[in-house]
Design a protein around this ligand. Structure first.
Ligand code: FAD
Length: 436
């Protein structure tokens, strides 16, 4: 059986592994340490939701060079109280103490030789470190893991239920979507379970990176990288919670100076046009404003440099933002937008509020329709269109742009849809979509 093939051995004296080095090895890419320079709460305390601006110090690492529109991948740290609760629960089994440095080994038969070799999944480290940095302990466990858990349950009811969940995909999906249980909740739900730490260490999936649209210009903030992050809080369908998103809540609570493991993922399809005289139309909802801050900051720098160097009137195309959010409180870059208009970076910007008590309901697609004539003209003049935010907004906005093309370009809807496809093909229709 599996349990005879894996063991944990204590290791004396060992240097603590470097988190970024381990992550780089695990994920097969260069992951570098940034540090948290500053964090700003972008919404008033009495807002329903919370958004933060996170400023990371890249220590000028060349592998963290980025352009406006690119993404940063961040590896978070699990919540210490949660890790503690799991370690506490594991104490029921006779595993190593949580701060003992350990090595997980597998039994291998090589021809006639039988040996124990290091299990390659994790570095030599403590259980606490493995659960904090390297393993995903919040995603509901897979059916394969439940199958293994079933072998470790001492009560028949638990065993049968776990076997059922492991075998029956319909029952599993229902359980997973209704409860959305993390590892701890599974251990609580099946109280007779005595899971050996080696099972979790070898079977849990790796902690995955979270991507964020970079919200700064590298020329404006040398050696820094900013992200605009919605702090995720949700309740599972059966009401447990609130549950906090791992990465967003970690970045919301970690101390200044904390090491944040990062890498850059370029988004070549979401860059500003090479020719700065072409008009730029930016459309987004909610957290979808994040990448546009990198655009307007970059343009501000370009305008400043140009004015200094040539003293000629700059030759930048119009840059217009259409932005939708629920209330004025969620228009957290409102002041910066006004400044950008003042300094000529943004030719204009329009904000739609869908839940502002004293205003009629207005969505981003509504302000697009209201300005359809000017949008049509800009597209006709070679504009690049950028859409950022959730999938459903992107869908509605694209349909609305087609309506604008029909109304002002005298096109039928099929021709308008073809026109959008054509814009996509020539790389003038750019999307940064995240969330459903
Ligand atoms: P997690 O711990 O990952 O929790 C989210 C999990 O909770 C999900 O697995 C989901 O299944 C579950 N969940 C979420 N909501 C609910 C709910 N209501 N009910 C039940 N379960 C739920 N985010 C930003 O804030 N700003 C950005 O600029 C940004 N840019 C992105 C760009 C790209 C290309 C991509 C792919 C994503 C981007 N995101 C951005 C989203 C971001 O990557 C994370 O997904 C987000 O921050 C949540 O991560 P987390 O670790 O806090 O939450």
């Amino acid at each position: 059986s599996w349990s005879n093939k894996v063991r944990i051995v204590p290791v004396q004296k060992c240097q603590e592994p470097d988190i970024c080095e381990v992550l780089s090895k695990i994920h097969g890419k260069k992951i570098l340490p940034c540090s948290l320079n500053a964090r700003t709460q972008l919404q008033a305390q009495d807002s329903e939701s919370q958004t933060i601006l996170v400023q990371l110090n890249t220590h000028n690492a060349s592998d963290l060079n980025y352009g406006p529109g690119d993404h940063v991948g961040i590896f978070p740290v699990n919540c210490p109280d949660f890790v503690e609760a799991i370690l506490e629960r594991l104490d029921a089994t006779q595993g190593p103490s949580r701060d003992q440095v350990i090595c997980t080994e597998v039994f291998t038969e090589l021809g006639p030789n039988e040996t124990w070799t290091k299990h390659e999944k994790l570095p030599i480290c403590t259980l606490r470190m493995a659960f904090s940095y390297f393993l995903d302990i919040t995603t509901p466990p897979s059916q394969k893991i439940l199958q293994m858990f079933a072998t470790q349950a001492s009560c028949d009811t638990d065993k049968k239920r776990l076997e059922l969940l492991a075998m029956d995909s319909v029952a599993y999906e229902k359980w997973r979507t209704n409860l959305s249980p993390n590892i701890l909740q599974v251990l609580e739900q099946f109280s007779s379970l005595k899971v050996p730490p080696s099972l979790l260490l070898t079977q849990l999936p790796y902690m995955q990176q979270r991507y964020y649209s970079i919200s700064s210009s590298p020329v404006m903030h040398i050696g820094e990288l900013h992200a605009t992050i919605a702090v995720v809080k949700f309740r599972t369908q059966e009401g447990a919670g609130p549950v906090h998103g791992v990465c967003s809540s970690w970045l919301n609570r970690c101390a200044l100076g904390t090491v944040v493991p990062c890498f850059i993922k370029t988004a070549p399809n979401f860059h500003l046009p090479e020719n700065p005289s072409l008009p730029v139309i930016m459309i987004g909802r909610g957290i979808g404003i994040a990448p546009f801050r990198s655009f307007w900051q970059e343009r501000l720098q370009e305008i400043d440099l140009k004015t200094i160097s040539s003293k000629t009137k700059h030759c930048f195309g119009q840059m217009i933002l259409y932005f939708g959010c629920k209330t004025v409180k969620e228009n957290f870059y409102g002041k910066e937008l006004a400044e950008m208009k003042e300094s000529g970076v943004l030719s204009n910007y329009h904000v739609a509020y869908s839940k502002e008590p004293d205003l009629p309901k207005c969505y981003v697609q509504d302000i697009i329709l209201q300005n359809a004539a000017s949008i049509y003209e800009m597209i006709d003049n070679g504009a690049h269109v950028y859409i950022a935010g959730d999938m459903s907004m992107a869908h509605i906005v694209t349909r609305t742009l087609e309506v604008a093309l029909c109304e002002h370009g005298g096109m039928y809807s099929k021709a308008a849809a073809d026109r959008v496809t054509e814009l996509r093909d020539v790389n003038r229709f750019h999307e940064d979509i995240f969330g459903v």
